[in-house]
Design a protein around this ligand. Structure first.
Ligand SMILES: [Zn+2]
Length: 87
């Protein structure tokens, strides 16, 4: 995780990683940014958006998954990007 980029406080990073832990089991999170997008669950003003690479992906710097999480209520969402290389 040396290259992990974010604009969160250390406390928020911990909260984010704890929130997405179940979803990100096989993912290496590349970045996480706090954006002024309201949470669909609790209406909180900010959510965290994050890009991740699957451990099973052959190229380690192409983002394969997007994570969204709310640090307030624990809402989280994982979406797979359609750019995954063909087998
Ligand atoms: Zn929320």
């Amino acid at each position: 995780m040396e290259s992990f980029r974010h604009n969160l406080t250390p406390v928020e990073v911990k909260a984010f990683l704890a929130t997405v832990k179940d979803l990100a089991e096989n993912l290496c999170i590349l970045y996480c940014v706090k954006v002024p997008v309201p949470c669909p669950e609790c209406g909180g003003e900010e959510t965290c958006q994050s890009g991740a690479v699957s451990f099973y992906s052959s190229s380690s710097n192409k983002i394969t998954h997007e994570l969204k999480a709310c640090l307030k209520c624990g809402y989280k969402n994982l979406s797979t990007l359609l750019t995954i290389e063909k087998m």
